[in-house]
Design a protein around this ligand. Sequence first.
Ligand SMILES: *[C@@H]1O[C@H](CO)[C@@H](O)[C@H](O)[C@H]1NC(C)=O
Length: 377
Amino acid sequence: MEFLKYDTPTMEFLKAPMLFLVISSLTTICSAVNKGGYWPTWAQASFPPANIDTSLVTHVYYAFLAPNQNTFQFEIDATTASALNSFTTTLHKKSPPVKTLFSIGGGSFGTEIFSNMASSPASRGRFINSTIQVARRFNFDGVDLDWEYPETQTAMNNFGLLLDEWRVAVNKEAQSTGKQRLLLSAATNYKPQITFKEVVKYPVGSINKNLDWINAMCYDYHGSWDVTKTGHLAALYDPNGISTSDGLQAWIKAGIQREKLVMGLPLFGRTWKLKDPAVHGIGAPAVGLGPGNEGGMLYSEVQTFNAQNKATVVFDEPTVSYYSYAGTSWIGYDDVESVKRKIVYAQSLKIGGYFFWTIVGDQNWKISRLASNTWKA
Ligand SMILES: *[C@@H]1O[C@H](CO)[C@@H](O)[C@H](O)[C@H]1NC(C)=O
């Protein structure tokens, strides 16, 4: 879109061919499906970036980096520097190469540092400059902001201002260096509004104008924060509650450009301990968390658990989701049929693609391959 900056009469004759170039490059962007995967740094030893099958993804996110809470700039120690270097070098050299982004923040990072950073032009500027420096120093293709979540409308509006200034800064930097512009994305709530003390709304206009896409986190609809009953973490449909179809439709209704909306898919499950092993449906009474790490399990661990415990596996047609149970253990997760149905659904909405949290949760690339084969570019 840089062409549009030529706005003088003498450049008038250039506009038609340039508009053509803009349109044809947009068409290229639209037809390429965004197939993302977050790579968590805790997987450095168990699942190093070299293990990633880059034929099945287009964008891989290094998750996460955190800015200093006072300066809002990144202080990269030697260990992290080496991890960042090896991440981008490994993934760029692979065949095919993929785009790399580093993701800032994350669920456990909280909201306060971001809301402080976003509250003034000076602190936004320091943060933005530091993201560009880190991206260039370690050869990333872009930056992803995972602010969970802007909790007031003021924070949401400041998030919008941050995106305005960030986009101007990466455009300028690309012009002055001649390098490809850095990509900008953000992980967001599954739908464009969230209820805290007040209902807050994402700045959809700013997102459309400034971000290349958003990763809508279409999961964690139920989890360890409610142990009284089982619930699915990522139902496609749920007439009585939260669902991926509701979230995606709400984003579209709020005016997001469809190609900038990317659907999250969980490669993990959430577990409960059933009150009565004989009552085991979705919404069954529970008395606590089930197996796994604080009620969470990678998809691959769910598969192992099901096999080892001869669990009963149920595909729930109304919600398009899976759950399994064995004794008092209950696990909700996504598997072959639900992922396929979600991909077909996302395609029917003509959105930009999908991403996995996390890429290291798969079992021998089964789900990633299925998703990629289901949604051909
Ligand atoms: C950020 O970088 C730009 C370009 O180098 C510079 O003009 C600006 O003063 C910097 N802003 C801050 C807050 O450091």
